[in-house]
Design a protein. Structure first.
Length: 172
């Protein structure tokens, strides 16, 4: 899975939830460009008695994918209008242009901004996640400049706007 992410060869993911009566309750699209290494959790190898002994699988941590990357197609049993689904996908499509090796930073930064749960925020609010980003990207020794760079990337993608020095607003 990690090799597929690095090679930018991962498919889109559809997540289906249905009722006990077999009615579709929710159907989500997770576009392929929302997958980064930080949403993949390595599992333990299969035991020696397993048919595929030693094989290592993974879990996809859907909770680590930014909410923007979980596009509803069916919500609470009702289909979402196709133009709305297409508009959400189109709004996020710019992420596909970012190379996979850099996309993880962008997605992690977007996810942290979403976790702030604020329409407007300050740079210092994002800096509070510095340790978490350092742990997720241990080879980067310049986390604060990288955060600022990623805020610019998100601005260029139209997901954020700069309102004044050190202050930002989400565009929805």
């Amino acid at each position: 899975m990690v090799r597929s992410i690095r090679a930018d060869k991962i498919p889109n993911l559809l997540v289906l939830q249905y009722s006990s009566d077999w009615f579709v309750q929710n159907l989500l699209l997770v576009p392929r460009f929302f997958f980064s290494e930080s949403v993949i959790e390595k599992r333990k190898p299969l035991g020696p008695q397993a048919r595929r002994a030693g094989w290592v699988g993974c879990n996809i941590l859907l909770g680590q994918i930014p909410i923007d990357g979980r596009i509803a197609i069916v919500a609470d049993g009702a289909p979402v209008p196709a133009p709305q689904v297409r508009a959400e996908f189109a709004r996020m499509r710019g992420l596909a242009e970012i190379p996979p090796s850099l996309r993880g930073w962008t997605l992690d930064t977007l996810n942290l901004i979403r976790r702030l749960n604020k329409a407007q925020f300050k740079l210092k609010d994002v800096y509070e996640f510095e340790d978490e980003l350092q742990a997720a990207h241990p080879h980067n020794r310049n986390v604060r400049p990288k955060i600022r760079q990623q805020l610019q990337v998100l601005r260029d993608l139209g997901l954020l706007k700069f309102t004044s020095p050190g202050e930002y607003a989400l565009t929805d």
